[in-house]
Design a protein around this ligand. Structure first.
Ligand code: NAP
Length: 282
């Protein structure tokens, strides 16, 4: 049976440390602040933004939410971003995704000043990560790496397989793992022999967005399995959230595994706070 990686507890410990760092920067006259723009028509976004707000409050970070109805224009959001770019009291700007379909997320995200890009999604910050230069790194991959290190002292030389190649999870995570000297394979919807490749992994991370995608047959005994997926399903009339991994099956064979919920999710929000602090201090 696998070791259960308790993301909630690990995130709580991490946040205690963050809270004392926030106090210290406030003593130096810096008041970390994040602005969150929510024009999403996806009801889950409301929940995510509320969670992020709650976390800012508990850590003493200032926050402001700019809530728009989905019929807002791209130009209106662009001018809000410019205004926030120019506001010296704002250290981090977050553009909640998904945006309404007619908007071009990358165009808007790239209007955010790289030194206020709290999600690490601008082309400049992504380029810095890929060239090994310091910058702001997306939150979920940082959280995943933290969870991996809660199991492994060193990951140099290990085989890491990442399922999913989005610019918010899979791509930056594969780069972080590479920077940590893993041998990295990044899989996507065109990948052939996917289960066989997964079976070579010492560390397997799934960020596909498909329930029960990762099965027992994908897992080498002892593998560390990190489940990033958040999927809303209905089972016997009950709505619930599950990851990408068939937890029952994989728990029996993995070395360590994250649950969903209370795995990667709390780490993502914690690293968002950590990024605000980093931006406030630089
Ligand atoms: P995304 O942008 O939709 O990307 C999904 C990736 O999975 C794509 O690269 C896609 O391949 C790949 N994929 C889809 N079906 C596949 C298949 N059958 N075989 C192999 N690869 C397949 O999603 P995302 O934003 O990265 O999010 C992924 C999941 O993580 C979602 O459930 C999301 O809710 C969750 N998430 C959780 C957190 C957290 O904090 N826990 C944070 C972010 C996201 P192609 O590129 O070829 O299309």
């Amino acid at each position: 049976m696998a070791q259960l990686i308790n993301g909630k507890e690990i995130a709580n410990d991490f946040c205690q440390d963050l809270a004392s760092k926030v106090k210290e920067v406030k003593r130096r006259g810096i008041f970390p602040k994040i602005a969150m723009i929510n024009a999403s028509d996806d009801p889950s976004s409301e929940i995510y933004v509320a969670k992020k707000m709650a976390m800012t409050k508990s850590l003493g970070i200032l926050s402001e939410v700019y809530k728009y109805s989905p019929d807002v224009t791209q130009e209106e959001l662009a001018s809000l971003i410019q205004k926030l770019n120019a506001d010296a009291s704002v250290h981090g700007i977050l553009l909640q995704s998904p945006l309404p379909r007619r908007m071009i997320f990358r165009e808007l995200v790239n209007l955010i000043r790289p030194d206020k890009d709290v999600d690490g999604l601008t082309t400049i910050n992504q380029g810095r990560l890929f060239s090994g230069e310091p910058g702001i790194v997306p939150c979920t991959p940082q959280g995943v790496l933290h969870l991996v290190y809660s199991v492994h002292k060193s990951i140099a030389g290990l085989q890491a397989v990442v399922l999913g190649r989005s610019s918010i999870v899979g791509r930056p995570l594969s780069q972080l793992l590479l920077n940590a000297n893993c041998t990295v394979t990044l899989l996507h919807s065109y990948s052939k022999n996917l289960p066989e490749i997964c079976k070579t992994a010492d560390i397997l991370v799934s960020a596909v967005g498909s329930p029960m995608f990762v099965k027992r047959s994908f897992i080498k005994p002892g593998t560390t399995v990190i489940d990033v997926g958040i999927n809303r399903i209905e089972e016997n009339g009950v709505k619930k959230i599950v990851g990408d991994v068939n937890f029952e099956e994989v728990f029996a064979i993995a070395g360590a595994i994250t649950p969903v919920p209370n795995g990667v999710g709390p780490m993502t929000v914690s690293y968002l706070m950590s990024n605000v602090l980093q931006l406030a201090c630089c």
